[in-house]
Design a protein around this ligand. Structure first.
Ligand code: ATP
Length: 350
């Protein structure tokens, strides 16, 4: 049994089931992300853990205690919302100390805990300010300090960085992760941003249509997706249709080439092969074992990276090259050969 255990959790609004038989066991101190497209049920699942939503079925245990019938303030959780939800008429210090005051912590104990929390989020000198005197990023740090001040057993964050601009998002996500590690607090983080989930999490729960499609560490989610949805939602994916020549021998026909995958294939006539952009190159680095002839159809200069799309038969393949000040990007319309290794081809089950 984990520190936070969610079993057979379901939620319906009227006739619509938005969370379906959700199971998850979270270890103490683990950082878990719920990742998925808008409407897949991430927030609803989080809100059931927080106690803002009543499950239609299932159990939620925190540290062995069934919390489903407890109110949010009885669950020993801290929550951070996208909208910060600070009290505008209270100072930063009073915002952070709010939960402690409600819990009846005496003034002196409150003041030292507030100071400790503000130091942790890098706002030691901001206690006397009001929320409107802070930037969005600073307000979200105050919200984090407020959630942590009551020393919750579980920290829940619902898209906490969505309202912030790109640069602040990156620095704040690193900061949240480092604070979470330092405090060793069990955390669930809801996001639709795959880069956030990949960079922050111990494990990611990829949600699709109310179902946890795959639960695994970021490296595995990215490199060994178990469903077509996970493969295409997380990261960029190239898809190539191929004809199965010999399923048992793992041989397939890719355009004019016969390719040996060296592992058995599903017994279909055709399969979809998936490939990350980084598995493709325009040069045969280290003796890649497959070469596909095509034509460059798009070139996007992104700065340090150049994303190139090459039309190979019916497939349009994306790959990245690094910028080099000495050689301009290739031109649209130029012929190109795409090199890859057969072992990097993922075979997607339909
Ligand atoms: P987003 O990233 O857009 O917040 P999400 O994955 O968090 O998406 P949820 O907010 O959990 O998704 O919503 C899941 C589904 O449940 C959506 O179709 C939504 O419209 C529906 N839903 C959520 N709350 C309610 C409610 N109170 N009444 C009816 N339907 C609801």
């Amino acid at each position: 049994m984990g520190f936070l255990d969610i079993s057979n959790l379901s939620k319906s609004f009227g006739a619509t089931q938005v969370v379906k038989d959700f199971n998850l066991s979270v270890e103490k101190g683990e950082f878990i992300s719920f990742l998925g497209p808008s409407g897949c049920g991430k927030t609803t699942t989080l809100r059931m853990v927080a106690g803002f939503e009543v499950p239609s079925a299932g159990t939620i245990r925190i540290d062995g205690r069934d919390v489903v019938r407890l109110r949010p303030n009885q669950r020993n959780i801290g929550m951070v919302f996208q909208s910060y939800a600070l009290f505008p008429n209270l100072t930063v210090a009073d915002n952070v100390g709010f939960g402690l005051r409600v819990a009846g912590v005496p003034r002196a104990g409150r003041a030292s805990r507030v100071a400790e929390m503000l130091a942790i989020v890098g706002l030691a000198d901001f206690g006397a300010r009001y929320p409107f005197q802070l930037s969005g990023g600073q307000q979200q740090r105050v919200a984090l300090a407020r959630a942590l001040a009551v020393r919750p057993q579980v920290l829940l964050l619902d898209e906490p960085l969505s309202a912030l601009d790109a640069k602040i998002r990156v620095s704040l996500r690193e900061e949240i992760r480092s604070i979470q590690r330092k405090l060793g607090i069990t955390t669930i983080y809801v996001t639709h941003d795959q880069e956030e989930a990949l960079s922050m999490s111990d494990r990611i729960v990829v949600m699709n249509n109310g179902v946890a499609d795959q639960v695994a560490p970021p490296f595995e989610i990215y490199n060994r997706p178990t469903t077509r949805f996970v493969a295409s939602f997380v990261g960029t994916l190239n898809l190539i249709e191929a004809e199965v020549a010999d399923a048992a021998a793992g041989r397939l026909r890719l355009g004019p080439d016969l390719v040996d995958l060296g592992r058995p294939l599903p017994d279909n006539r055709r399969v979809t092969l998936a490939l990350r952009p980084e598995a493709l190159s325009l040069a045969p680095h280290g003796g890649r074992d497959l070469a596909l002839a095509g034509e460059i159809v798009e070139v996007h200069f992104l700065g340090s990276v150049i994303r190139i799309r090459v039309q190979v038969g019916d497939a349009r393949l994306s790959l990245d090259t690094f910028n080099s000040p000495d050689s301009p990007p290739p031109a649209v319309g130029a012929p190109a050969t795409v090199f890859l290794n057969a072992r990097d081809l993922m075979v997607l089950a339909d």
